[in-house]
Design a binder for this molecule. Structure first.
Ligand SMILES: [Zn+2]
Length: 163
């Protein structure tokens, strides 16, 4: 395993752990997010519904990093779930926010199933030139944390047979 892969996996696990802090909802996933700079320091974290009922984990973390004056153009964003490319609420998607602040690299565990919206986050990020890496082997834990939302259909894109 390369050192980059080991570091990615460790931070992604941290993001998955953060998702456990999200207040459960039957209308949205519990997601955790960590933003890490080029020196390997975590500059901001977030989880779903951390400061209001509709806020996404990535949104919270990006807001905190911006407030702290972090240059996000040299950071990697780790999210337990594929960042959303579309939302039911009128807010901007996490993909839009990631592109706005210039985050060049995104690592996630679980590809968002088409449960609430057709999100296409990974495709949109790649199309915009963002490096995207998925660790589907960590998806089972994300599924377990969101078990109240997910049936067998939801794991199809992640190649998991465990649910
Ligand atoms: Zn989102």
């Amino acid at each position: 395993m390369s050192s980059v892969e080991a570091r990615d996996r460790a931070w992604l696990r941290e993001a998955v752990e953060l998702s456990r802090s999200a207040p459960p909802s039957d209308r949205a996933f519990s997601v955790g997010c960590a933003i890490v700079d080029a020196e390997g320091r975590c500059v901001a974290t977030g989880y779903s519904r951390e400061n209001d009922d509709l806020v996404h984990a990535e949104e919270v973390a990006i807001e905190k990093a911006e407030a702290a004056g972090v240059d996000l153009r040299a950071c990697t964003l780790y999210s337990s779930l594929e960042p959303c490319g579309a939302r039911l609420s009128p807010r901007r998607s996490c993909v839009t926010r990631i592109l706005e602040v210039g985050i060049p690299r995104v690592v996630f565990a679980f590809a968002e199933p088409a449960l609430f919206v057709e999100a296409h986050g990974e495709r949109l990020l790649r199309a915009a030139g963002v490096e995207v890496r998925a660790f589907p082997e960590l998806a089972d834990e994300v599924v377990a944390i969101n078990a109240h939302l997910l049936g067998p259909v939801a794991t199809r894109r992640n190649g998991s047979e465990h649910v």
